[in-house]
Design a protein around this ligand. Structure first.
Ligand SMILES: Nc1ncnc2c1ncn2[C@@H]1O[C@H](COP(=O)(O)OP(=O)(O)O)[C@@H](O)[C@H]1O
Ligand SMILES: [Mg+2]
Length: 388
Protein backbone atom coordinates (compact mmCIF):
# COMPACT_ATOMS: atom_id res chain seq x y z
CA UNK A 1 0.00 0.00 0.00
CA UNK A 2 1.15 3.51 -0.83
CA UNK A 3 2.62 5.06 2.30
CA UNK A 4 3.43 8.47 0.84
CA UNK A 5 1.14 11.43 1.35
CA UNK A 6 0.19 12.81 -2.04
CA UNK A 7 -0.01 16.57 -2.06
CA UNK A 8 -1.27 18.87 -4.79
CA UNK A 9 -0.22 22.53 -4.53
CA UNK A 10 -1.72 25.45 -6.44
CA UNK A 11 -0.20 28.59 -5.05
CA UNK A 12 0.79 31.78 -6.94
CA UNK A 13 2.24 33.97 -4.20
CA UNK A 14 6.05 33.60 -4.25
CA UNK A 15 6.71 33.90 -0.49
CA UNK A 16 3.90 31.43 0.22
CA UNK A 17 5.28 28.96 -2.34
CA UNK A 18 8.70 29.14 -0.73
CA UNK A 19 7.28 28.24 2.69
CA UNK A 20 5.16 25.37 1.38
CA UNK A 21 7.70 23.82 -0.98
CA UNK A 22 10.43 24.28 1.64
CA UNK A 23 8.31 22.37 4.17
CA UNK A 24 7.54 19.61 1.69
CA UNK A 25 11.21 19.27 0.74
CA UNK A 26 12.16 18.63 4.37
CA UNK A 27 9.40 16.02 4.87
CA UNK A 28 10.10 12.93 2.74
CA UNK A 29 6.68 11.46 3.52
CA UNK A 30 5.14 13.91 1.03
CA UNK A 31 5.14 13.38 -2.69
CA UNK A 32 4.01 16.29 -4.80
CA UNK A 33 1.64 15.45 -7.62
CA UNK A 34 1.12 17.71 -10.57
CA UNK A 35 -2.17 16.27 -11.82
CA UNK A 36 -5.57 16.95 -10.32
CA UNK A 37 -6.46 17.36 -6.65
CA UNK A 38 -8.85 14.40 -7.09
CA UNK A 39 -5.88 12.07 -6.80
CA UNK A 40 -4.24 13.79 -3.84
CA UNK A 41 -4.50 13.22 -0.10
CA UNK A 42 -3.98 16.88 0.59
CA UNK A 43 -4.65 19.95 -1.58
CA UNK A 44 -3.19 23.33 -0.76
CA UNK A 45 -4.76 26.08 -2.83
CA UNK A 46 -4.45 29.84 -2.91
CA UNK A 47 -7.69 31.44 -4.00
CA UNK A 48 -8.16 34.79 -5.71
CA UNK A 49 -11.27 36.95 -5.74
CA UNK A 50 -13.64 34.53 -7.43
CA UNK A 51 -14.89 32.97 -4.21
CA UNK A 52 -17.96 31.45 -5.86
CA UNK A 53 -15.84 29.43 -8.28
CA UNK A 54 -13.36 28.48 -5.56
CA UNK A 55 -16.21 27.15 -3.39
CA UNK A 56 -17.69 25.25 -6.29
CA UNK A 57 -14.33 23.66 -7.13
CA UNK A 58 -13.81 22.69 -3.52
CA UNK A 59 -17.24 21.02 -3.35
CA UNK A 60 -16.55 19.19 -6.61
CA UNK A 61 -13.23 17.86 -5.41
CA UNK A 62 -14.76 16.65 -2.17
CA UNK A 63 -17.68 15.08 -3.99
CA UNK A 64 -15.24 12.98 -6.01
CA UNK A 65 -12.72 12.47 -3.23
CA UNK A 66 -14.29 12.82 0.24
CA UNK A 67 -10.97 11.93 1.86
CA UNK A 68 -9.24 14.97 0.38
CA UNK A 69 -7.92 17.41 2.99
CA UNK A 70 -8.12 20.94 1.62
CA UNK A 71 -6.13 23.88 2.97
CA UNK A 72 -7.19 27.25 1.59
CA UNK A 73 -4.88 30.25 1.46
CA UNK A 74 -6.44 33.67 0.89
CA UNK A 75 -6.10 37.39 1.55
CA UNK A 76 -9.80 37.53 2.51
CA UNK A 77 -10.13 37.75 6.29
CA UNK A 78 -13.88 38.16 6.76
CA UNK A 79 -15.33 35.67 9.24
CA UNK A 80 -18.30 34.87 7.07
CA UNK A 81 -16.07 34.07 4.08
CA UNK A 82 -13.84 31.81 6.16
CA UNK A 83 -16.90 30.05 7.53
CA UNK A 84 -18.21 29.46 4.03
CA UNK A 85 -15.05 27.55 3.15
CA UNK A 86 -14.92 25.64 6.41
CA UNK A 87 -18.58 24.69 6.06
CA UNK A 88 -17.94 23.53 2.51
CA UNK A 89 -15.34 21.10 3.89
CA UNK A 90 -11.98 22.93 3.96
CA UNK A 91 -9.74 21.53 6.71
CA UNK A 92 -7.80 24.77 7.19
CA UNK A 93 -7.86 28.41 6.11
CA UNK A 94 -4.65 30.48 6.15
CA UNK A 95 -4.43 34.21 5.67
CA UNK A 96 -1.88 35.91 3.47
CA UNK A 97 0.89 36.63 4.19
CA UNK A 98 1.29 32.99 5.21
CA UNK A 99 2.75 32.40 8.65
CA UNK A 100 5.27 29.56 8.32
CA UNK A 101 4.70 28.56 11.97
CA UNK A 102 0.94 28.33 11.69
CA UNK A 103 1.17 26.43 8.43
CA UNK A 104 3.67 23.93 9.78
CA UNK A 105 1.70 23.40 12.99
CA UNK A 106 -1.48 22.62 11.03
CA UNK A 107 0.23 20.26 8.63
CA UNK A 108 2.00 18.49 11.50
CA UNK A 109 -1.39 17.78 13.09
CA UNK A 110 -2.62 16.49 9.76
CA UNK A 111 0.40 14.18 9.33
CA UNK A 112 -0.06 12.71 12.80
CA UNK A 113 -3.70 11.91 12.17
CA UNK A 114 -3.00 10.61 8.70
CA UNK A 115 -0.29 8.26 9.91
CA UNK A 116 -2.46 7.04 12.74
CA UNK A 117 -5.24 6.25 10.29
CA UNK A 118 -2.92 4.41 7.97
CA UNK A 119 -0.96 2.47 10.52
CA UNK A 120 -2.29 -1.00 11.05
CA UNK A 121 -4.15 -1.45 14.25
CA UNK A 122 -2.21 -3.46 16.83
CA UNK A 123 -5.41 -5.17 17.95
CA UNK A 124 -6.23 -8.08 15.69
CA UNK A 125 -9.45 -7.57 13.81
CA UNK A 126 -12.29 -10.10 13.98
CA UNK A 127 -14.72 -10.43 11.12
CA UNK A 128 -18.20 -11.65 12.06
CA UNK A 129 -20.37 -12.60 9.11
CA UNK A 130 -24.12 -13.08 9.45
CA UNK A 131 -25.94 -15.20 6.92
CA UNK A 132 -29.71 -15.69 6.93
CA UNK A 133 -31.10 -19.18 6.27
CA UNK A 134 -33.84 -17.29 4.43
CA UNK A 135 -35.10 -13.74 4.07
CA UNK A 136 -36.94 -12.26 7.05
CA UNK A 137 -35.36 -14.43 9.77
CA UNK A 138 -33.88 -11.33 11.45
CA UNK A 139 -30.34 -11.31 10.04
CA UNK A 140 -30.16 -7.53 9.76
CA UNK A 141 -31.70 -6.89 13.18
CA UNK A 142 -29.13 -9.23 14.73
CA UNK A 143 -26.23 -7.70 12.76
CA UNK A 144 -27.19 -4.19 13.79
CA UNK A 145 -27.54 -5.04 17.47
CA UNK A 146 -24.32 -7.06 17.51
CA UNK A 147 -22.39 -4.22 15.86
CA UNK A 148 -23.89 -1.63 18.22
CA UNK A 149 -22.95 -3.61 21.31
CA UNK A 150 -19.42 -4.26 20.05
CA UNK A 151 -18.99 -0.54 19.41
CA UNK A 152 -20.45 0.20 22.81
CA UNK A 153 -17.85 -1.97 24.48
CA UNK A 154 -15.17 0.29 23.00
CA UNK A 155 -14.40 -1.95 20.06
CA UNK A 156 -13.93 0.17 16.98
CA UNK A 157 -16.53 -1.52 14.76
CA UNK A 158 -17.62 -1.41 11.13
CA UNK A 159 -20.97 -2.69 9.94
CA UNK A 160 -20.71 -3.65 6.29
CA UNK A 161 -23.89 -4.36 4.34
CA UNK A 162 -23.42 -6.79 1.46
CA UNK A 163 -27.10 -7.29 0.81
CA UNK A 164 -27.17 -5.30 -2.41
CA UNK A 165 -29.23 -3.36 -3.33
CA UNK A 166 -31.83 -3.86 -0.62
CA UNK A 167 -29.72 -3.90 2.53
CA UNK A 168 -31.39 -1.85 5.20
CA UNK A 169 -29.05 -1.88 8.19
CA UNK A 170 -28.61 1.90 7.88
CA UNK A 171 -32.39 2.31 7.70
CA UNK A 172 -32.83 0.42 10.96
CA UNK A 173 -30.21 2.76 12.43
CA UNK A 174 -32.14 5.78 11.09
CA UNK A 175 -29.18 6.99 9.05
CA UNK A 176 -29.06 8.60 5.62
CA UNK A 177 -25.50 7.90 4.46
CA UNK A 178 -24.06 9.81 1.52
CA UNK A 179 -21.81 7.05 0.23
CA UNK A 180 -21.92 3.28 -0.01
CA UNK A 181 -19.65 0.34 -0.84
CA UNK A 182 -20.28 1.45 -4.43
CA UNK A 183 -18.08 4.50 -3.93
CA UNK A 184 -15.23 2.32 -2.70
CA UNK A 185 -15.38 -0.15 -5.57
CA UNK A 186 -15.24 2.76 -8.02
CA UNK A 187 -12.21 4.22 -6.24
CA UNK A 188 -10.56 0.96 -5.26
CA UNK A 189 -7.32 1.89 -7.08
CA UNK A 190 -6.61 4.50 -4.41
CA UNK A 191 -8.26 2.81 -1.47
CA UNK A 192 -6.62 3.37 1.88
CA UNK A 193 -7.71 3.83 5.47
CA UNK A 194 -8.39 7.53 5.15
CA UNK A 195 -10.61 7.04 2.10
CA UNK A 196 -12.42 4.16 3.81
CA UNK A 197 -13.04 6.08 7.02
CA UNK A 198 -14.20 9.14 5.10
CA UNK A 199 -16.66 7.14 3.07
CA UNK A 200 -18.18 5.24 5.98
CA UNK A 201 -20.99 6.96 7.87
CA UNK A 202 -20.85 7.34 11.62
CA UNK A 203 -23.87 6.40 13.70
CA UNK A 204 -24.35 8.47 16.85
CA UNK A 205 -23.12 5.45 18.86
CA UNK A 206 -19.74 5.74 17.09
CA UNK A 207 -20.44 2.67 14.93
CA UNK A 208 -19.17 3.01 11.33
CA UNK A 209 -21.57 1.90 8.64
CA UNK A 210 -21.02 1.02 4.97
CA UNK A 211 -24.32 0.67 3.12
CA UNK A 212 -24.63 -1.77 0.21
CA UNK A 213 -24.11 -1.04 -3.45
CA UNK A 214 -27.35 0.37 -4.75
CA UNK A 215 -26.51 1.28 -8.35
CA UNK A 216 -26.38 -1.33 -11.10
CA UNK A 217 -23.31 0.32 -12.68
CA UNK A 218 -21.29 -0.47 -9.59
CA UNK A 219 -22.13 -4.15 -9.44
CA UNK A 220 -19.63 -5.19 -12.15
CA UNK A 221 -16.93 -3.21 -10.32
CA UNK A 222 -17.54 -5.14 -7.13
CA UNK A 223 -15.15 -7.93 -8.07
CA UNK A 224 -13.88 -10.40 -5.51
CA UNK A 225 -10.56 -8.57 -5.61
CA UNK A 226 -12.18 -5.15 -5.01
CA UNK A 227 -14.36 -6.41 -2.16
CA UNK A 228 -11.48 -8.31 -0.59
CA UNK A 229 -9.35 -5.15 -0.74
CA UNK A 230 -12.04 -3.21 1.09
CA UNK A 231 -12.16 -5.88 3.77
CA UNK A 232 -8.38 -5.97 4.08
CA UNK A 233 -8.09 -2.19 4.46
CA UNK A 234 -10.92 -2.24 7.00
CA UNK A 235 -9.14 -5.01 8.93
CA UNK A 236 -6.22 -2.68 9.44
CA UNK A 237 -8.34 -0.07 11.15
CA UNK A 238 -11.32 -1.69 12.88
CA UNK A 239 -11.32 -4.17 15.74
CA UNK A 240 -14.55 -5.81 14.61
CA UNK A 241 -16.18 -5.96 11.21
CA UNK A 242 -19.78 -7.18 11.20
CA UNK A 243 -21.06 -8.21 7.77
CA UNK A 244 -24.72 -8.54 6.79
CA UNK A 245 -24.77 -11.05 3.92
CA UNK A 246 -28.55 -11.27 3.77
CA UNK A 247 -29.86 -14.65 2.68
CA UNK A 248 -28.06 -15.17 -0.63
CA UNK A 249 -24.64 -16.60 -1.35
CA UNK A 250 -22.82 -14.94 -4.22
CA UNK A 251 -19.18 -15.52 -5.02
CA UNK A 252 -18.39 -12.32 -3.16
CA UNK A 253 -20.21 -13.50 -0.06
CA UNK A 254 -18.23 -16.71 -0.19
CA UNK A 255 -14.93 -14.88 -0.66
CA UNK A 256 -15.65 -12.71 2.38
CA UNK A 257 -16.77 -15.74 4.41
CA UNK A 258 -13.29 -17.08 3.68
CA UNK A 259 -11.83 -14.10 5.50
CA UNK A 260 -14.33 -14.25 8.35
CA UNK A 261 -13.54 -15.47 11.82
CA UNK A 262 -17.15 -16.30 12.61
CA UNK A 263 -19.92 -17.39 10.26
CA UNK A 264 -23.19 -16.88 12.08
CA UNK A 265 -26.14 -18.58 10.42
CA UNK A 266 -29.44 -17.07 11.51
CA UNK A 267 -32.45 -19.38 11.55
CA UNK A 268 -35.90 -19.46 13.05
CA UNK A 269 -37.34 -22.61 14.49
CA UNK A 270 -39.41 -23.40 11.43
CA UNK A 271 -39.06 -26.20 8.93
CA UNK A 272 -38.16 -24.06 5.93
CA UNK A 273 -35.34 -22.13 7.52
CA UNK A 274 -33.94 -25.27 9.14
CA UNK A 275 -33.97 -27.08 5.81
CA UNK A 276 -32.07 -24.17 4.26
CA UNK A 277 -29.67 -24.06 7.20
CA UNK A 278 -28.86 -27.73 6.75
CA UNK A 279 -28.19 -27.17 3.03
CA UNK A 280 -26.03 -24.15 3.83
CA UNK A 281 -24.04 -26.12 6.36
CA UNK A 282 -23.37 -28.86 3.82
CA UNK A 283 -22.57 -26.39 1.04
CA UNK A 284 -20.12 -24.43 3.17
CA UNK A 285 -18.46 -27.53 4.66
CA UNK A 286 -17.96 -28.99 1.17
CA UNK A 287 -16.55 -25.71 0.01
CA UNK A 288 -13.98 -25.26 2.74
CA UNK A 289 -13.17 -27.79 5.42
CA UNK A 290 -12.28 -25.07 7.92
CA UNK A 291 -15.75 -23.54 7.74
CA UNK A 292 -17.57 -25.90 10.16
CA UNK A 293 -15.33 -24.75 13.00
CA UNK A 294 -16.36 -21.14 12.33
CA UNK A 295 -20.07 -21.76 11.85
CA UNK A 296 -22.43 -20.87 14.69
CA UNK A 297 -26.18 -21.15 14.64
CA UNK A 298 -28.42 -18.49 16.10
CA UNK A 299 -32.09 -19.20 16.52
CA UNK A 300 -33.98 -15.94 16.33
CA UNK A 301 -37.47 -15.28 17.68
CA UNK A 302 -37.14 -18.35 19.82
CA UNK A 303 -39.29 -18.99 22.84
CA UNK A 304 -40.00 -22.03 24.89
CA UNK A 305 -43.41 -22.58 23.31
CA UNK A 306 -41.88 -22.77 19.81
CA UNK A 307 -43.01 -26.03 18.19
CA UNK A 308 -39.44 -27.19 17.60
CA UNK A 309 -37.16 -27.45 20.62
CA UNK A 310 -33.49 -26.44 20.56
CA UNK A 311 -32.70 -30.12 20.65
CA UNK A 312 -34.73 -30.66 17.49
CA UNK A 313 -32.91 -27.76 15.85
CA UNK A 314 -29.42 -29.03 16.69
CA UNK A 315 -30.27 -32.60 15.68
CA UNK A 316 -31.61 -31.35 12.37
CA UNK A 317 -28.70 -29.11 11.41
CA UNK A 318 -26.08 -31.33 13.01
CA UNK A 319 -24.48 -28.76 15.34
CA UNK A 320 -25.31 -27.22 18.70
CA UNK A 321 -27.15 -23.92 18.79
CA UNK A 322 -24.73 -21.12 19.71
CA UNK A 323 -27.36 -18.71 20.96
CA UNK A 324 -31.06 -17.86 20.93
CA UNK A 325 -32.72 -14.45 20.66
CA UNK A 326 -36.26 -14.22 22.02
CA UNK A 327 -39.28 -13.07 20.07
CA UNK A 328 -40.03 -9.42 20.87
CA UNK A 329 -41.68 -7.87 17.86
CA UNK A 330 -42.92 -4.82 19.73
CA UNK A 331 -39.46 -3.67 20.78
CA UNK A 332 -37.54 -4.75 17.67
CA UNK A 333 -39.99 -3.09 15.31
CA UNK A 334 -40.25 0.09 17.36
CA UNK A 335 -36.43 0.42 17.14
CA UNK A 336 -36.67 -0.09 13.34
CA UNK A 337 -39.32 2.58 13.06
CA UNK A 338 -37.89 5.36 15.15
CA UNK A 339 -34.15 4.68 15.26
CA UNK A 340 -34.16 4.00 18.99
CA UNK A 341 -31.70 1.44 20.33
CA UNK A 342 -32.48 -1.65 22.37
CA UNK A 343 -29.57 -1.06 24.75
CA UNK A 344 -30.64 2.53 25.39
CA UNK A 345 -34.42 2.41 25.44
CA UNK A 346 -35.05 -1.18 26.50
CA UNK A 347 -31.96 -1.82 28.57
CA UNK A 348 -33.73 -4.25 30.90
CA UNK A 349 -35.61 -6.25 28.27
CA UNK A 350 -34.95 -9.96 27.85
CA UNK A 351 -34.05 -9.47 24.19
CA UNK A 352 -31.42 -6.84 25.07
CA UNK A 353 -29.88 -9.21 27.59
CA UNK A 354 -29.84 -11.95 24.95
CA UNK A 355 -27.85 -9.67 22.62
CA UNK A 356 -25.44 -8.74 25.41
CA UNK A 357 -24.90 -12.43 26.17
CA UNK A 358 -24.29 -13.26 22.53
CA UNK A 359 -21.75 -10.47 22.11
CA UNK A 360 -20.13 -11.55 25.39
CA UNK A 361 -19.72 -15.07 23.99
CA UNK A 362 -18.32 -13.70 20.74
CA UNK A 363 -15.75 -11.50 22.40
CA UNK A 364 -14.66 -14.11 24.93
CA UNK A 365 -14.08 -16.94 22.47
CA UNK A 366 -11.08 -16.46 20.25
CA UNK A 367 -10.90 -18.63 17.20
CA UNK A 368 -7.59 -18.48 15.35
CA UNK A 369 -7.50 -15.33 13.27
CA UNK A 370 -8.75 -15.88 9.80
CA UNK A 371 -6.54 -15.25 6.83
CA UNK A 372 -7.74 -15.83 3.32
CA UNK A 373 -8.34 -19.59 3.32
CA UNK A 374 -8.03 -21.97 0.47
CA UNK A 375 -11.17 -23.62 -0.84
CA UNK A 376 -11.16 -27.30 -1.67
CA UNK A 377 -9.86 -28.27 -5.07
CA UNK A 378 -12.23 -28.28 -7.99
CA UNK A 379 -14.51 -25.75 -6.41
CA UNK A 380 -15.89 -22.99 -8.61
CA UNK A 381 -13.88 -20.40 -6.69
CA UNK A 382 -10.65 -22.35 -6.56
CA UNK A 383 -9.29 -20.92 -9.78
CA UNK A 384 -9.79 -17.42 -8.45
CA UNK A 385 -7.50 -18.25 -5.58
CA UNK A 386 -4.94 -19.77 -7.89
CA UNK A 387 -5.45 -23.35 -6.69
CA UNK A 388 -6.95 -26.51 -8.08
N1 LIG B 1 -36.11 -11.20 17.78
C1 LIG B 1 -37.11 -10.66 17.08
N2 LIG B 1 -38.35 -10.58 17.61
C2 LIG B 1 -39.37 -10.07 16.92
N3 LIG B 1 -39.27 -9.58 15.69
C3 LIG B 1 -38.08 -9.62 15.09
C4 LIG B 1 -36.94 -10.15 15.75
N4 LIG B 1 -35.89 -10.06 14.91
C5 LIG B 1 -36.36 -9.48 13.78
N5 LIG B 1 -37.67 -9.22 13.89
C6 LIG B 1 -38.54 -8.62 12.87
O1 LIG B 1 -38.52 -9.49 11.73
C7 LIG B 1 -38.60 -8.72 10.54
C8 LIG B 1 -37.41 -9.07 9.66
O2 LIG B 1 -36.23 -8.68 10.31
P1 LIG B 1 -34.90 -8.34 9.52
O3 LIG B 1 -33.86 -8.13 10.54
O4 LIG B 1 -35.11 -7.29 8.51
O5 LIG B 1 -34.68 -9.75 8.79
P2 LIG B 1 -33.76 -10.12 7.52
O6 LIG B 1 -32.60 -9.22 7.51
O7 LIG B 1 -33.39 -11.56 7.81
O8 LIG B 1 -34.63 -10.00 6.32
C9 LIG B 1 -38.61 -7.26 10.95
O9 LIG B 1 -39.94 -6.83 10.96
C10 LIG B 1 -38.05 -7.28 12.36
O10 LIG B 1 -38.58 -6.23 13.14
MG1 LIG C 1 -31.92 -7.95 5.97
Amino acid sequence: MDTQIKVCIEVADKATSRIIYGYMASHPEFSIITTYPYYADIYIVEIGNDFGKALMDLRNYLEVNPALEIFVISGEASQSRILEFVNAGARGYFLLPLSANKFEASIDVFIKRFKKDRSRNDMPCRVVSFLGAKGGVGTTSICVNTALLLQRSDKNTLLMDLHQPLGDAHVILDMTPVHSIGYLVREVHRLDTSLLTNVTSKHRSGLSVLPPISHHNEIPLASIEAMSSILEVARGYYQYIVIDHGAGLTEIDIALLNSSDYIMIVVQADVQSLRNAKLLMKFLSDYNETFPSKIHFIVNRYDTNSKLTLDDVSKFVGVDVFHTIPNDYKRVSSCCQNGSLLYEDHAEAKITKAFHDMVGKLTSTHPPLSAMQTPKQGNFLSKLFGKG
